[in-house]
Design a protein around this ligand. Structure first.
Ligand SMILES: C[S@@+](CC[C@H](N)C(=O)[O-])C[C@H]1O[C@@H](n2cnc3c(N)ncnc32)[C@H](O)[C@@H]1O
Length: 192
């Protein structure tokens, strides 16, 4: 991304942060290092669709495309209408939905039809700001949409590695601390 485009992404992120701090749940967009630490879990050559929750201004989204995902393979659900518009301008062939990740099942079926196959889920949702019952319900929905052994990659600022809310529904297969982010973050990989 060019420097002016990066500045406009960061400005939009900060504006949305001021308007909706709990929803945005981060002081800055993720670093490229964090985005790459998430995207590396996408197997090269994946042909099914991939679901991204809470893409924001698209740092993780971009890393997924750099990993080889085609834009047409991505469904991204972003609650902020302005961020979703920004993503549509950046990635015109991707399926960017302005909506609530808690409606993911319905949204995926609307986008792909009843026989949709989602290979993986990447989430940057601020789960630590969600009520435990809401986080639990989301984890169940994500599990239901994944194939057997399917993975969900989630980052959070749970640096101390307390028992994450999704852990009850999945096997934890990796937990990587990424220091080069503001603030440092943890990438958790869950397997169905
Ligand atoms: C921590 S930011 C991460 C943004 C970006 N992925 C990054 O890593 O820089 C969380 C994002 O999740 C979005 N979000 C929060 N709750 C959401 C929900 N229920 N459904 C969809 N998006 C949501 C916010 O608007 C914000 O863009």
């Amino acid at each position: 991304m060019s420097l002016p485009a990066k500045r406009s992404s960061t400005a939009l992120f900060l504006k949305e942060l001021l308007n909706r701090p709990r929803q945005v749940g981060a002081v800055l967009p993720s670093s490229r290092k964090l985005a790459r630490a998430m995207a590396k879990w996408l197997p090269v050559g994946t042909t099914d669709h991939v679901l991204e929750l809470g893409p924001g201004t698209g740092v993780v989204t971009e890393a997924l495309f750099q990993r080889g995902l085609r834009q047409e393979q991505l469904i991204a659900i972003e609650m902020s209408a302005q961020m979703a518009d920004h993503l549509r301008a950046r990635f015109p062939r991707a399926n960017i939905v302005t909506g609530d990740a808690f409606r993911l099942d319905e949204i995926v079926r609307e986008q792909l039809g009843p026989h949709a196959r989602i290979a993986m889920v990447f989430s940057s949702l601020p789960l630590l700001n969600f009520e435990p019952s809401a986080a639990d319900s989301l984890a169940r929905q994500i599990k239901a949409i994944l194939p057997p052994k399917g993975k969900m990659v989630q980052f959070s600022y749970n640096v101390a590695n307390k028992q994450p809310k999704a852990a009850a529904h999945f096997e934890v297969v990796a937990s990587d601390l990424i220091w080069l982010n503001v603030p440092p973050a943890r990438v958790m990989v869950y397997q169905k």
